[in-house]
Design a protein around this ligand. Structure first.
Ligand code: SAM
Length: 354
């Protein structure tokens, strides 16, 4: 009887969940020419970052945007509400470094009050994480991603230009103690720089329930890093096999593009995000809003729509929605980066937010 009830409950909640998703899908206007349902908006709230990662910050420093050149929190919240009315249900706050923008606390609180958002997360380099965790929790955000490319303090300094590894790690440990779950650690894979640490990162999943995400480096935006630093997922998996068999983890409904695995008896997971070796353009559900109010339907294309100008010309919600729909219509079927080429993109990762 008990197991019958449990089965009924599972079926019922699955049914409810899929009905809810189905109705969102049917009501969504954000379906592109290639039948992709774009329900995920990544928002960069600042172009400023307190780290200077060699693979992210461009060779020729670009002047920082002045305050009036970036969207105000009110403007961002208005665009999110319009996005939700069109079909956005998932939002990630990124940067630059989101935790360096003043007033981020109040913004996150307002964000979590918006009806219709079922998933809100934050990506940070972790430097100010410790001091902000209470505020992030109080705002209602449960999921955080921390970018961490090395577990070695000296190397961290070499990659980022700042000797703050201990601060970042302290923030991650505190987030874990405070019950944030999952905590994803994003590792951009760089040949000759951190490829001797894959095993150390993977070992963390035996002691912590962290999700380690190995991300293929995308050469773009005139960064100081060379394309020959690239390494692809098959080679990483091969190296990790020294730790045991990678067991595939079933995909969840809200999953991103990561291919997920687990080692037997591990608390955490390993994931691979392979925009180059195994691009996931056919399932891409993302739109990106830059700090300067540009809406980009593809990270790896320079096409964008200027929502800031439209906002500041006093456009109505309907007119702003039309611009969003135009960007959706222009989402390319796939990007042009391949294992043997780099697309000459002018877009800067630190400004778009990854
Ligand atoms: N400051 C925040 C952080 O560190 O997570 C958010 C912005 S940062 C641009 C977002 C992510 O993009 C980071 O995980 C970073 O490592 C990643 N990233 C930057 N440049 C990249 C590149 N060329 N290829 C792949 N990932 C990159």
């Amino acid at each position: 009887m008990q197991s019958y009830c449990a089965a009924l409950h599972i079926t019922h909640s699955f049914f409810e969940y899929s009905m809810e998703n189905l109705s969102k899908l049917l009501n969504s206007k954000l379906i592109d020419k290639h039948n992709r349902h774009l329900n995920y908006l990544r928002i960069s709230i600042t172009d400023r970052c307190n780290l200077q990662c060699s693979y992210c910050i461009p060779r020729n420093l670009i002047p920082k945007l002045r305050h009036r050149e970036i969207l105000s929190y009110e403007e961002i919240l208005r665009l999110i509400r319009i996005g939700v009315s069109l079909g956005i249900s998932k939002v990630r706050i990124t940067g630059g470094e989101p935790l360096v923008r003043k007033g981020v606390h109040g913004f996150l609180e307002e964000l979590t009050k918006i009806n219709g958002l079922s998933d809100i997360s934050l990506t940070t380099n972790g430097v100010f994480l410790k001091d902000n965790l209470e505020m992030i929790k109080a705002a209602g955000i449960k999921r955080i991603n921390v970018s961490l490319d090395t577990l070695n303090r000296q190397r961290f300094k070499e990659i980022t230009g700042h000797d703050v590894f201990n601060q970042v790690w302290g923030g991650i440990e505190l987030a874990h103690k405070m019950g944030f779950d999952p905590i994803k650690l994003n590792v951009v894979v760089l040949k000759g720089i951190n490829d001797d640490e894959f095993i150390d990162f993977a070992r963390l999943t035996f002691s912590y329930p962290f999700h380690i995400r190995f991300i293929e480096y995308m050469p773009m935006g005139n960064s100081r890093m060379m394309a020959d630093r690239q390494m692809f997922a098959p080679e990483i998996k091969n190296r990790l096999s020294a730790l045991g068999k990678l067991i595939p983890v079933a995909r969840g409904i809200n999953d991103g593009p990561a291919e997920r695995f687990k080692f037997e008896d591990a608390k955490g997971e390993i994931g691979f995000i392979c925009p180059i070796s195994q691009h996931f353009c056919n399932t891409c559900n993302r739109l990106r809003l830059t700090a300067s109010g540009q809406l980009r339907p593809c990270l790896l294309s320079d096409y964008q729509e200027d929502l800031k100008v439209a906002l500041r010309k006093g456009y109505s919600d309907n007119k702003l929605a039309e611009i969003i729909l135009k960007a959706v219509r222009h989402k390319p079927s796939q990007h042009n980066l391949s294992m043997n080429s780099s697309a000459g993109l002018s877009g800067q990762m630190h400004a778009i937010g990854g």
